[in-house]
Design a protein. Structure first.
Length: 192
């Protein structure tokens, strides 16, 4: 393992630890160490947050989870609904109107068995996909929090800087000699 890989592993562990801490104690204020880690996380991700998140997700995903995502994606699409309607309609029409080649006469007991099996397999697959999406959403929310925290800190710094500038301007204005009132009326920049 190279030094760069070792550093990346340490960063990943720190991020995972931070996520766990934020999950277990969501109402608790952040400690100085946690704030430092949030700031470091934002600095590491700056400019490529979404790409980094996708890379991490792909690294953690097993082939079975990707297959579950594909099945859930197809199962929740209009293409699936249309194909399923065509299949059900074809099945029923065939078994109602075909006199000698019927394999499932009304009330379509075999069709009910197939539909039950499909539902029994499809539901857990969709739940697996939703669990993965929930984990991804949780990771995105931690990153969003980190970015918002960093932006808030930058806003505070800007406000402090503007306050310093305002104080300096006030000091400069106090040092200027008093101007006659008629000059102020003609000055568009003075406050009246």
């Amino acid at each position: 393992m190279t030094e760069e890989e070792r550093q990346e592993e340490i960063k990943r562990k720190n991020q995972a630890k931070l996520v766990d801490e934020l999950e277990t104690e969501p109402d608790k204020t952040l400690s100085a160490e946690q704030l430092k880690r949030v700031t470091q996380m934002v600095s590491d991700y700056k400019g490529r947050i979404k790409t980094h998140l996708n890379e991490q997700q792909e690294q953690r995903t097993r082939w079975s989870e990707r297959l579950a995502d594909q099945i859930a994606c197809f199962g929740g699409s209009w293409a699936f609904i249309i194909w399923f309607i065509l299949f059900l309609g074809g099945w029923m029409i065939w078994n109602v109107f075909a006199w000698r080649l019927r394999f499932d006469e009304p009330p379509f007991i075999l069709l009910n068995l197939i539909l039950s099996c499909l539902a029994a397999f499809q539901a857990p697959i969709i739940l697996m996909s939703q669990n993965r999406q929930a984990a991804r959403d949780k990771q995105e929310s931690v990153l969003s929090f980190a970015i918002n925290y960093k932006a808030e800190q930058e806003n505070i710094e800007i406000q402090e800087h503007l306050s310093r500038i305002e104080r300096q301007l006030e000091l400069l204005m106090q040092r200027l000699p008093a101007e006659p009132d008629n000059d102020r009326k003609n000055d568009p920049y003075s406050q009246q």
